[in-house]
Design a protein around this ligand. Sequence first.
Ligand code: AKG
Ligand code: FE2
Length: 329
Amino acid sequence: MSTLLLHDEESSEVGKLADEFLESHAVMQDPTELSAAAVVTAQRLPERVREFLARVRTEGPAVTVLSNLPVQEELEPTPIGWEIAAKLRAAQREEMVLLLCGAALGEPFGWVSQQAGRLIHDVCPTPEAETSLTSASSTLALNFHTEDVFHPCRCDYVSLFCLRNPTGVGTTVVPVTALDLPAEIRQVLFQERFLFLPDDSHSLSSLPDGAGGPDAADGALSSARRGAVLFGPADAPYLRFDIDFMRPVPGDREAAEAIEAVQRQLSTSAERVTLAPGDIVFLDNYRVVHGREAFASRYDGSDRWLKRLNLSRDARRIRALTGRQSVII
Ligand SMILES: O=C(O)CCC(=O)C(=O)O
Ligand SMILES: [Fe+2]
């Protein structure tokens, strides 16, 4: 992991840029325009931040943290779920800080099917979702996963901006380099013997280009996408994995065993990143899987609260693959 600790002057520069951006673009509702404007304005972030993120983009460290970013002292209470956060436009200034920093690394985009097509998401514990398989969970740990594992346009980096984390709940991370598997299993993992499914944070009816289907397990399975777990260079592969939302191709025992072998190794290799308010972590979604420890939610306004933004290295690739012009795909 690599961290850049911002000096206080740099932090206030970022805050000022976020205020300015918010003022001039608050009325800009179109996420595609907002994403493009952020990429341009990100050029005015402090030089050390831009350089640091350029190194990340050129296959630098797979887990990186920007630290000491501004979070308002008078931050509102943690909302009880993303829908309330969206209605209240909670922590809009922090959203702009994340949008600008993220836009120095990639092009911000979102999903029509996730958090009602918002560009920037709220990650906070939500009543009734405590044991769900989504980031709104709390008492159930979130298993290691590739973000949006089902889709070829999944993000290159997922970024999380911590606004509150009073009990030091850890984000868990495992790099693909931690996998040390026998050659026979690796060979299976490199083959397209796996089905990847949309996770429960997506409303199936509005998934992009045919990935959705009837809201039933069988329906989701029938719309699953086939692919490999390991891909790219044989000696430095990329990884695509989410035990909860993948299956072996029906009847493929070897593929099933390979999934179990990977999951076993991931569970013994977890690293922990404890985000503090003012930290943004950028997770390389091709080179690490991530998850989150279990914790007790309180729903008293003091719960853990993150903002999340998906980043693509090339939004044109998304347009070419989905046929949509918007960055909300
Ligand atoms: O809460 C965390 O630390 C990670 C949650 C997560 O996996 C996500 O929001 O994509
Ligand atoms: Fe995630």
